[in-house]
Design a protein around this ligand. Structure first.
Ligand code: GUN
Ligand code: ZN
Length: 440
């Protein structure tokens, strides 16, 4: 039996701030989080909580820090970490020029293991404790990813890409083989410890209708697995889907026809949806991963978050590495703010921190496990350093309330703000301060 009380400023969300700010979060300036056997068992004011506990309870003090639930990245590609920052193309040319060549390397399981290890370390360095992750078409890319995630005891969702057309031959499967390989991976990994499986057709242009149907069959045969894909990211992509599926009304129809919409379905981007598509997303309780650094980098467009809110469609934040340009959800919040500014909306920092924590957990239907500090939840949390850089330290002195503190953190913050990442009550990343010290 392990019992540790973490003392410091604490913030977590109980609901979407949109529904009423006051009731949506709890903030304790001198707070405490009690963690027993990897789970949260109490949260509150430090003085009160300490008085109620046995005197031998171990106390960890976190000075000049803010404790928040671990960040949730609702869309990311682990095989693309080595092509971040590839210059000059929009989506379809970028896939051909940079993505397909790097994904071909994952036929080699040792290469996949090496990248998976570096990738998960980078997630923890950035405070991401849960993610919905694309592998490649190779089943071994998913075996490598899940083995590494399991050894770190991380809550992760991932899947093998299904892709049977419009891709290089060495990256194509078939409707039949993708069904068989995905099924075997589901049996091997889904609900094993903290891991879950996502059926992962890349996007409609690279799957035949038969393959999308096979994806639908997998979902029906394995209730509880996820669906993870891309939709309406780029206007040329949307036009291509119209050509490839001339008998259908719109892009979303290609997925709907195959039975791919639902509460555990996550569609990355959705920048260019029509009114009918928005309504169908809402009706089916399908989810969207909003990936602002990616949408800006590939020149895809501005995601209409206000539209998603007005339609009642659930949204989480995604980095979309390697089209996205940062692993950091703090930097992603910064980009999300700017994308909303360009559309005449002012994203509040409360909403941003909600999206990166409880909102992300809801998008992944993991609210009963993670996302906030309600007793019973798994103790994945971050120690954010509010004085991580000289500029941040100085700027924080001019912040007069929590709103300003969070906004400055989202504007100036990055991986340097992640002092520690804790997984199920164990510290799995501690910032190496030697790397930050001044050169001699
Ligand atoms: N659409 C289809 N594949 C991809 C991908 O790998 N990245 C992004 N951003 N969009 C896609
Ligand atoms: Zn993507």
């Amino acid at each position: 039996m392990s019992r540790v009380l973490h003392r410091g400023s604490l913030l977590h969300f109980l609901d979407d701030p949109q529904k009423g700010l006051k009731e949506s979060y709890q903030y304790f300036i001198d707070g405490a989080l009690l963690v027993e056997n990897g789970h949260v068992t109490a949260i509150g004011d430090a003085q009160q909580l300490i008085e109620s506990l046995p005197s031998d309870t171990q106390i960890q003090e976190h000075k000049n820090a803010l404790l928040v639930p671990g960040f949730v990245d609702t869309h990311i590609h682990y095989p693309q970490m080595d092509i971040i920052g590839a210059h000059g193309e929009q989506l379809l040319e970028w896939l051909d020029t940079y993505v397909f060549p790097v994904e071909a390397k994952f036929a080699d399981i040792e290469y996949a293991q090496q990248v998976a290890r570096r990738f998960l370390k980078e997630l923890l360095r950035n405070g991401t404790t849960t993610a919905l992750v694309f592998g490649t078409v190779h089943p071994q890319s998913v075996d490598a990813f899940f083995s590494e995630a399991q050894s770190l005891n991380l809550r992760m969702i991932a899947g093998k890409v299904m892709m049977d057309r419009n891709a290089p031959d060495n990256l194509k499967d078939t409707a039949e083989s993708s069904y068989r390989d995905s099924k075997a991976l589901i049996q091997r990994w889904h609900d094993r410890g903290r891991l879950r499986y996502a059926v992962t057709p890349r996007f409609a242009p690279t799957s035949t209708p038969e393959q999308l149907k096979a994806a639908g069959q997998l979902l029906r045969e394995h209730p509880g697995v996820y669906l993870h894909t891309h939709m309406s990211e780029n206007l040329n992509e949307v036009a291509w889907v119209e050509e490839l599926f001339p008998h259908l009304d719109h892009y979303l129809h290609s997925y709907d026809d195959a039975g791919l919409l639902g509460r555990r379905s996550v569609f990355a981007h959705c920048v260019h949806l029509s009114e009918v598509e928005w309504q169908r997303m809402a009706e089916t309780q399908s989810n969207i991963a909003f990936c602002p650094t990616s949408n800006l980098f590939l020149g895809s467009g501005l995601f209409p978050l206000a539209k998603a809110e007005s339609c009642g469609v659930n949204v989480g934040l995604g980095t979309d590495i390697g089209a996205g340009t940062s692993f950091s959800l703090l930097e992603t919040m910064d980009a999300a703010y700017k994308v909303q500014q360009l559309q005449g909306h002012s994203l509040t920092p409360f909403k941003s921190f909600y999206l990166a924590t409880l909102g992300g957990a809801r998008t992944l239907d993991l609210e009963s496990k993670i996302g906030n500090f309600i007793p019973g939840k798994e103790a994945d949390f971050l120690v954010l350093d509010l004085a991580a850089t000289p500029l941040l330290e100085q700027r924080m002195q001019h912040c007069e309330d929590l709103f300003e503190t969070l906004f400055v953190l989202s504007t100036l913050g990055d991986d340097r703000c992640i002092r520690e990442s804790w997984i199920m009550g164990e510290c799995k990343h501690r910032r190496d301060d030697s790397a930050l010290s001044e050169p001699q």
